[in-house]
Design a protein around this ligand. Sequence first.
Ligand code: AMP
Ligand code: MG
Length: 321
Amino acid sequence: MAFSAKTRKFLVAFLISGWSIALIYSALRAHPPKFPLKAKRLYHDNRLLMGTFWQVSSPNKQASGIVFSEASSIEQLLSKYIPASEISRLNRLGKLKVSADTFYIIKKSLEFYRQTQGAFDITVAPLVDLWGFTGQNFQKPGADKIRAVLELVGSDKIILHEKDNVVEFKLPGMKIDLGAIAKGFALDCAVKKLKENNIASCLINAGGQVYALGDNFGQSWKIAIQGARKPEITGILKLKNKSASTSGDYQQYFLRGNKRYGHILNPKTGYPAESGISSVTVIADSALEADALSTSVFVLGKEKAKALAMKFNNLEIKITE
Ligand code: AMP
Ligand code: MG
C-alpha cells in the first residue's frame, strides 16, 4: 500500500503518540503514583461564631468565607448576647417589627412548640437566666422563684402580626432565646449561599451541629460521634446533603453535690430536663429541623421521640442514655 509523504508523516506521528500513551498507561499500572495526578485537596478554615467553633472543609477555597459571612449576619440578628440584635431589642421592648429572617425563625419555633407539645419553647429565656446559664453564674433557684418565672414561659404568649412582621409578647418581662435553633438556621442559610455560588461540596461543623453538602470527592462525608460522658468515638455517620445535630447535658452544665444540672430546660417544670437521655443526635434534611428536634427529644425522652419522629420525613434519631 502506497501512502503520500504527508499521510506517512501523519501515521508516524499518530503511532508514536499512541505508543507513548500506551507506555505511560502501562507504566502507571506497574507503578501507580503515590499521589493522585490531580490533587484532591480540601481547604480547611475555622472561626468563633455564635458562641461556638465553626469548622469548614471544602475543595473550594471560597466556601469558608461565604459560610462565615452568612453565619455572622445571622448572629447579628439573632444573638441575645449582642445588645443591638433584633432579639435583644425585642426582649427589651416586648414588641418589635423585625426582618423577614427573624420573623421566619420565630414562626418556625412556634411550629416546633406545637409539634412537640411545648417541649421546644423559645420563651424559656427567663428560666435560662434564672439558672445562670446565660452568664455562666450557675445557681439552683428556689421553687418559688421558678414558679414565678414559669408565668412568663409559653410560646402561646407570643403574637405574630403576619402582615407587617411585628412580634409581640403578651406579658411584660417575657423574653426569647433562639439558642436551640439559630445555629441550624444559620447552617441552612450558609448552605443556600454556597449553592448560589455553585459550590457543591462542603462540610460545616458548628460546634456539634453539622451540615454535609454534596460529597467528599465521591465519598459521603464521615462524621465521628463522640461519647456523651467520655471523650471516645462512639460511632461514625456518613452524610450527604444532610444535617446532624447533637444535644446533651455534657457541655453546658453544673454540678451540685453529685447532681448534674444541664442547660436544656423542661418548660413545663422549670427545671433542667431529666428524660434519661445523656445525648441525642438527630439527622435530618434541614439543619434547622435537626437542631430544633435534637433539643426537643432531649426534653421529651426516648418513648415520646418515636411519636415525634413520625411527624417528620427522613428523620433519624440516635439516643445515648
Ligand atoms: P441545643 O444545644 O441546640 O440543644 O440548645 C440548647 C439551648 O437552647 C440552651 O442553651 C438554651 O439557650 C435553649 N433552651 C433550653 N431549653 C430549651 C427548650 N426546652 N426549648 C428551646 N430552647 C431551649
Ligand atoms: Mg438544638
